[in-house]
Design a protein around this ligand. Structure first.
Ligand SMILES: [Zn+2]
Length: 650
């Protein structure tokens, strides 16, 4: 067979429109809160703008370069060539990383209209599109004579999981106004799935959920009810033992209990969370309140009993899974970055439905302390797992080598299973989409930082305001109206649960905090009016529920939304393992972290680690705690979030 390798210079028409409003990643058919269009909210500075710029300038390119170098993008060229017997690079589901990169590029492109990025994006889309089969199927690991047959390994092959990420990338293209060939590629693929797995197709599910949440959103974006119906079928089929038994049990892929009957999230954390997000989407689009209530119930139970103080989820390394209730060992925390991202996908969907600030609270906690712990400060290496206690100095991985999934004790540039870096990329590219929403009555601010909102309410009332703060380091938030609202509107402000209280000032009123969670400032605002929120940023102790045995007798320190950590880098010598903290002296808040008084334990019982506990000796005085998410940016260290409390004399 002759090679039909596509010429790389083949043009793909990409038209960037900048005038029409376009949506973000999630656009429910009905919801209590309406998400803002991607053109209606813009980061202007501070923490998040800096991270988003790092993503645009470094992370996207980093992912692109790695996947080019190790042949993952080249898989699409080889597939398009139709040459027999070509060797696939990487594990079965590396296509999905290219799709997540495309999604991140699309969100960035919708904002920046950068010519170089546009050209790179178009080339990549063209290469993907060239690999699509005539019937719409598109996968580089399955279906050729020398490869496993299509859908022959639904337990581990992740075919539909990969397709889901392609659909989400197409949603980003559609919603940002990029006229991308990817939308048509995704439509042909989704139509293929309808034939293959729809009402007249095979009764099966993918081992790794993701297709559900993607099909619903693609159906919303294209106004195609068949895609929502297919997602519904996948959700309903789950939990009925359709997947072959594996050593971890059926709960590993949530095939043990039907979604609407489950009480808590369990099994592989990323799978469980993607499935729950998709199930809620299905429930919303089909008016299935029982299913929606099941997802709410699972979120409640999981947050109450299976979540780390960082918002991280998953405490088993072997199967990347949730542990039992309160089984949250800090030194064995898996807390995969993707699970944090998936948790926020779920919380965001619940927030849109219910408007409950608790969902925004968890998004804040998880973003600052789990998701943002992943990228190194230079954007060129990532944590896959996010331990809360590093017992031995981390070993820096080779910057030029592929790293095993979770073995790195420090951030690694790329992994054999590299789901987390591309997930960080697409998350950062659209992170502001969860910061504010609107209702006919007004605007809701869920997250603080530096951003501008320019939107109109359903009756045309203009809402134009600027949010300014040095959040998450400073709790003073200043909101300035830039236009007259012409009528009375509500400005709802989340008061983070960690804050306890807040001081709010607004023109002509003193708003109070409702349920300790939010406040409403109501008024007809004029250009120049200012509303301020002051959140207390004093460092504070955080005590674990005694049922979390692994950290009983220990405390963590939080400062505003940030969980802090002790790193050996900040000790005069030695590691963090025998350090105890004196809780009779309050932590002292610093510019970015805190200091606490610590001592080292006596080593008198060194020959046997049981019996009478040793007294604290060797006071080290005040030591610095840093934001957990920044740990290991200064090189190898030992680190701990939970600090054992020193025994009190007498
Ligand atoms: Zn991951």
């Amino acid at each position: 067979m002759t090679t039909t390798h596509p010429a790389r210079s083949t043009p793909v028409t990409t038209i960037h429109t900048s005038t029409a409003p376009f949506s973000g990643p999630v656009r429910p058919g009905r919801s209590t809160l309406t998400p803002l269009d991607s053109s209606e909210i813009r980061l202007t500075g501070g923490y998040w703008a800096e991270k988003q710029r790092l993503n645009a300038d470094v992370v996207l390119r980093h992912c692109e370069d790695w996947m080019e170098r190790i042949g993952w993008t080249g898989n699409f060229d080889r597939a398009a060539s139709h040459q027999a017997g070509w060797v696939h690079a990487g594990i079965e589901f590396v296509d999905s990383e290219v799709y997540k990169l495309l999604e991140g590029m699309a969100w960035e492109l919708g904002r920046s209209h950068d010519a170089d990025l546009s050209s790179r994006y178009d080339q990549l889309v063209y290469r993907v599109a060239s690999a699509q089969d005539d019937d719409g199927y598109l996968h580089t690991s399955f279906g050729r004579p020398w490869q496993p047959a299509r859908y022959s390994n639904l337990e581990w092959g992740h075919e539909l999981y990969s397709f889901g990420h392609l659909l989400q990338a197409a949603v980003a293209a559609e919603r940002t106004g990029i006229e991308s060939a990817l939308v048509d590629v995704a439509r042909r693929l989704a139509d293929h799935l309808w034939v293959e797995f729809g009402p007249d197709g095979r009764v099966a599910v993918c081992g790794h959920p993701e297709i559900e949440v993607a099909l619903v959103e693609f159906g919303r974006a294209l106004d195609e009810p068949r895609y929502v119906e297919l997602a519904r079928l996948f959700v309903e089929r789950r939990g009925r033992g359709l997947l072959a038994p594996i050593e971890y049990g059926q709960e590993y892929f949530q095939d043990d209990v039907p979604v609407r009957e489950a009480e808590v999230l369990r099994g592989h954390a990323v799978r469980a969370l993607y499935l729950a997000a998709g199930a809620l989407d299905v429930a919303v689009e089909t008016g299935d309140d029982e299913l929606a209530d099941a997802v709410r119930r699972q979120w409640e139970a999981t947050v109450a009993r299976r979540t780390y103080v960082t918002g991280g989820m998953g405490s088993h390394h072997q199967d990347e899974a949730y542990g039992a209730d309160f089984e949250l060992p800090p030194d064995r925390a898996y807390s995969e970055t993707c699970a944090g991202i998936a948790s926020n996908m779920l919380s965001w969907r619940l927030l849109l439905q219910d408007g409950d600030p608790r969902y925004a609270d968890l998004i804040e906690r998880t973003l600052f302390n789990n998701v943002m712990a992943s990228p190194r400060e230079d954007g060129r290496a990532f944590f896959y797992t996010n331990t809360l206690h590093q017992r031995t100095d981390g070993v820096a991985p080779d910057e030029d080598e592929l790293n095993a999934r979770a073995l790195s004790s420090l951030r690694a540039p790329w992994f054999e299973v590299s789901c987390c870096p591309t997930n960080v990329a697409r998350t950062l590219a659209s992170v502001e989409s969860t910061f504010a929403t609107k209702t006919p009555a007004g605007l809701q601010v869920h997250q603080y930082g530096e951003f501008d909102v320019d939107t109109t309410l359903s009756d045309g009332t203009p809402i134009a305001l600027s949010v300014r703060s040095d959040y998450p380091y400073d709790g003073a938030v200043r909101i300035t109206w830039r236009d007259d609202t012409r009528r009375e509107v509500d400005l709802d402000l989340r008061i983070p649960s960690w804050a306890g209280s807040a001081r709010i000032e607004a023109p002509g009123q003193t708003p109070s905090v409702r349920d300790g969670r939010s406040t409403t400032v109501r008024g007809r605002f004029a250009a120049g009016d200012v509303v301020t929120v002051d959140l207390p940023m004093q460092a504070r102790w955080s005590l674990p529920d005694p049922r979390i045995d692994a950290v009983r007798g220990q405390v963590a320190v939080q400062r505003g939304p940030l969980v802090l950590a002790l790193e050996s880098t900040d000790l005069p010598d030695g590691d963090v393992n025998d350090v105890v903290v004196d809780t009779s002296v309050e932590p002292v808040t610093t510019e970015r972290g805190a200091t606490v008084e610590v001592s080292r334990l006596a080593a008198a019982t060194a020959d046997w680690p049981y019996g009478e506990p040793g007294d604290a000796t060797g006071p080290l005085g005040a030591v610095t705690l840093v934001p957990y998410a920044t740990w290991a940016n200064r090189g190898p260290s030992t680190m701990r979030v939970w600090l054992p409390v020193a025994r009190v004399e007498g």
